[in-house]
Design a protein around this ligand. Sequence first.
Ligand SMILES: [Zn+2]
Length: 69
Amino acid sequence: MEMGSSQEIEVLEARGEIYACPSCGYTDGFHVSFRWNEGASEGEVYLICPSCHRRFRMGWQISTSPIEP
Ligand SMILES: [Zn+2]
């Protein structure tokens, strides 16, 4: 399976308190990672279960802008 492929990222509904993995039941929260669109400054934050390593999208769209010194 290709790394970074969107097919392997499940959608997780953003409501209530999210600390348990719906796939394996792990209850100590998630790792956070980022997926950037090719050649763009926009991307998405997604969650990774530290136990079963399933990935979950929450619809958290992000963008970058130049950082002024
Ligand atoms: Zn899990």
